[in-house]
Design a protein around this ligand. Structure first.
Ligand code: ATP
Ligand code: MG
Length: 782
């Protein structure tokens, strides 16, 4: 029996099998990245469902002689295992719906489901594999009435929570300046993580004035939530635990139902999540958690490594399995990851080894600028694809979402398909669409669609009804909507709203006249100032206001860069044309093979053949806030460890000597994390010599220099990176046959000059039509 089972799970190594066949009682799998923790978790579920506790069962009586022969044949490899034999081999197998598998992100949960289904077929679908939040929501939908909620309670997202808290602040006369809603919500979140109720909180606050205010806000916030039949994210967990504590019958129902509980990425659980798991597992104690203390990256959300460290105390008799063999990465990548994480003092310490080949050295590339960095990545990908790789083999992991902007620009221009996980593409973001709409209307006031988009954005009390009326008038007299708005006082039906419409038209007209003389970024700054777009955004105090402001400032980088690249030829129209290329969805389809982009945080648990890590610079990664706090640098270093260990075969780490971000240029040192990788594991390269600034000339070395300095620098040293024309572009004509490194042979369908480049539409054999910029495309003429 054991031999058959071992053969069934023969892909697992000895230690992994130990965990797979450990069926009853608590189990802790503690191991480094890529050692097969998630794989073991999945195989363990398969074993539970197919064979139950057969491996440790002494009783062979239920097996017939035929079964033994069938087993023999299976071991010899001469016949597969029949379902009937399989069923008799099993000892107390469990039902799929008796298994609860919890993981951290929606993406990881999706992947877990897919892998279970691939392994178990139909049955795999009945397993509850989901995140903590959705597991709790599911339970509360069923039993929430026990806590006074209906079954259709609303889940408040972070934005809703903020709005509600602001109402509470008003009601309690708490000035945001003295005690911000952010601080209060943070406090509440921590309290909920510790299961501290508003009353407990008030008691603990005692005479402390500030804490007393928080306590009042907490109390009001909770009562408003329950009046609205609503829960916030933290409540989902808190209430589920509350439900278990208050209603033993419900707890028992779920204890009986979930005979086997498994938690992936256990190092990132917080206290209330621990309680949830602990309560559920208390009866049968069939709990298996897997984790890696070196990959704990959510401390800022209250995650505590303590949960891992004290697992054996919480569940006496727990079996501990350590895995040390890494199956994911080459020797070089693994050695680099080990070397980096060794610099953390606060760790248990373990070393991973691998039988995988040594592999290529880690490429450490220093680019001249952020654009040059993106260009380098794009070229490497195109070369790889030309050599037979898929786009989806490549992942780019960055520290901050806003880093995707420059990469996206270069990818669109060079025709590299990409997908952003857990975020919108830059030009699809609302605020960017709004501001591009302003630029478009300034460029062409009869652009009605965009005019409608911005006429009441930010809010100017111009309602939909007024706009439709104006549009009707425009249609009836054969003039543009903008014309009607500019002459609103001349039309009877618009009399009442005329002052607002005229004010808006006046604003646009001012900007139009400015646009004839101002530089692009000056015009852009004028739009921001006159519309008060950022101020209104701040007032709205939306959850993501700061992100949006970052994006708005980041768009300034694009305008400055465009100007640098096009010099005298810069026009607003040219810029907008370039943007329309970015937003052209022809080049993008959700199912196509595409490069994957996401933050390092969302890449947890995933793996890719080739990984790029841009922005390894002090001030970016580790970030500015982290640099001066040792504890935070350690958390950033764990994130670096997570990022490096996502790579299977190739790893490229990049930094840029100058980086324009949010519209200003910084000169950052290379990250300490890349310096921690031993010399013998890396291949260093840097951007071509001509781009290097000459010491003592205009390029300042201080950080946060103004944009004009970088424009000067560009004038003195030639445009950076991507802007350097590779070849004259006027030589492309419609009908020309060309060859692209990745797409193969094709024919030019159209050629539109843009700045000092040309937008080509090319029909590639077997690939389809692509729009790409000539300078980026690495084309050769046939
Ligand atoms: P992380 O810490 O990043 O979450 P992990 O420990 O969960 O990593 P897995 O994702 O389960 O690791 O496995 C990493 C890779 O190793 C996967 O591609 C998996 O298929 C492979 N793998 C795991 N165990 C084995 C094995 N025994 N033989 C061959 N390949 C294995
Ligand atoms: Mg994993």
């Amino acid at each position: 029996r054991q031999k058959v089972l071992e053969k069934n799970f023969s892909r697992m190594n000895q230690r992994q099998q130990e965990a797979v066949f450990h069926v009853n009682g608590p189990l802790l799998i503690l191991a480094g990245a890529g050692s097969g923790k998630t794989t073991v978790l999945i195989n363990r579920i398969a074993n539970l469902i197919r064979f139950g506790n057969a491996y440790h069962s002494q009783n062979t009586a239920s097996l017939t002689e035929e079964d033994c022969a069938a087993m023999e044949a299976y071991i010899n490899g001469s016949a597969p295992l029949e379902p009937g034999t399989k069923a008799r081999l099993a000892v107390n197998p469990c039902q799929p719906w008796q298994v609860l598998a919890i993981t951290f992100t929606n993406k990881a949960a999706g992947e877990l489901k897919d892998r279970l289904e691939a392994m178990l077929g139909e049955e795999g679908r009945d397993i509850w594999a989901s995140t903590f939040h959705s597991t709790c929501a599911r339970i509360l939908r069923r039993y929430g009435d026990r806590l006074g909620f209906t079954n259709h309670f609303t889940i408040y997202d972070t934005d809703d929570s903020r709005r509600l808290m602001k109402e509470c602040q008003k009601a309690l006369n708490i000035e945001d300046k003295s005690l911000s809603y952010k601080t209060i919500l943070n406090e509440i979140s921590h309290a909920k993580d510790r299961m501290i109720s508003p009353d407990d909180y008030a008691n603990a606050a005692g005479a402390d004035f500030r804490l007393g205010l928080v306590a009042k806000a907490y109390k009001l916030y909770q009562s408003r939530l329950s009046e609205a039949d609503a829960m916030d994210f933290d409540d989902l967990l808190c209430n589920a635990v509350q439900l278990f504590l208050k209603c033993p019958d419900v707890l028992e129902y779920y204890q009986n139902r979930f005979r086997y509980i498994m938690v992936d990425e256990y190092q990132d659980t917080n206290h209330v999540q621990y309680l949830f798991v602990k309560l559920l597992a208390e009866k049968y104690k069939n709990i298996c958690v897997v984790g890696d203390d070196d990959q704990s990256i959510y401390k800022f959300r209250g995650a505590t490594i303590e949960n891992i460290m004290s697992f054996e105390k919480s569940f006496p008799g727990a079996k501990l399995v350590r895995l040390e063999q890494n199956y994911r990465s080459t020797k070089n990548i693994l050695a680099a990851a080990n070397a980096v994480i060794e610099n953390n003092l606060e760790r248990k310490g373990k070393t991973l080894w691998t039988e995988n080949p040594e592999g290529e050295k880690i490429a450490l590339h220093t680019a001249f600028s952020e654009a040059d960095e993106a260009d380098y990545i794009s070229k490497k990908i195109l070369d790889g694809v030309a050599a037979g790789k898929k786009y989806a083999d490549y992942a780019i992991l960055y520290r901050m979402n806003s880093q995707s902007n420059t990469l996206e620009k270069v990818f669109v221009k060079s025709g590299v398909p990409y997908r952003i996980i857990g975020g919108l593409r830059f030009y699809e973001r609302k605020e960017i669409k709004d501001l591009i709409a302003y630029l478009s209307v300034i460029n062409n006031p009869s652009d009605e669609i965009r005019l409608r988009r911005i006429i009441n954005q930010p809010k100017r009390s111009i309602g939909d009804k007024t706009i439709s009326q104006a549009a009707e008038i425009a249609a009836s007299i054969g003039e543009s909507l903008f014309y009607v708005i500019s002459h609103a006082d001349e039309f009877e039906p618009l009399k009442r709203t005329a002052p607002k419409l005229l004010a808006f038209a006046g604003l646009i007209n001012q900007l139009i006249s400015l646009s004839s003389t101002a530089r692009l970024n000056e015009l852009y700054q004028a739009i921001l100032m006159k519309t008060q777009y950022i101020e209104k955004l701040k007032e709205s105090e939306n959850d993501d206001a700061q992100d949006r402001i970052d994006n708005i400032n980041e768009l300034a980088s694009n305008l400055i860069q465009y100007e640098e690249n096009n010099g005298e030829d810069t026009t607003l129209e040219g810029f907008l044309e370039e943007v329309s290329l970015m937003t052209d969805i022809d080049n993008y389809d959700g199912n196509t093979d595409a490069v994957v982009m996401m933050t390092m945080h969302s890449a947890k648990g995933l793996e890719f053949p080739c990984v790029f890590l841009p922005g390894f610079e002090e001030g970016i990664f580790p970030g500015v806030q982290a640099i001066y706090t040792p504890g935070e640098v350690e958390e950033e270093r764990r994130l670096a460890y997570v990022a490096i260990t996502r790579a299977r075969e190739e790893l490229t780490i990049l930094n840029a000597e100058s980086r324009m971000i949010f519209g200003s240029t910084n000169h950052n040192k290379a990250s300490r994390f890349s310096a921690e990788i031993p010399e013998e594991l890396v291949n260093k390269s840097r951007a071509r010599e001509w781009k290097k600034p000459i010491p003592g000339t205009v390029l300042p070395v201080s950080s946060h220099e103004s944009r004009s300095a970088s424009v000067n620098a560009a004038r003195h040293f030639g445009p950076a990176g991507i802007s350097q024309p590779h070849k004259p572009t006027d030589s492309y004509r419609v009908g020309d046959s060309v060859r692209h490194k990745a797409f193969g042979a094709g024919m030019i369908l159209s050629a539109t000059p843009m700045g000092n480049d040309t937008l080509l539409e090319i029909a590639f054999d077997g690939v389809g039509t692509k729009k790409i910029m000539a300078n980026f495309a690495r084309l050769t003429k046939e």
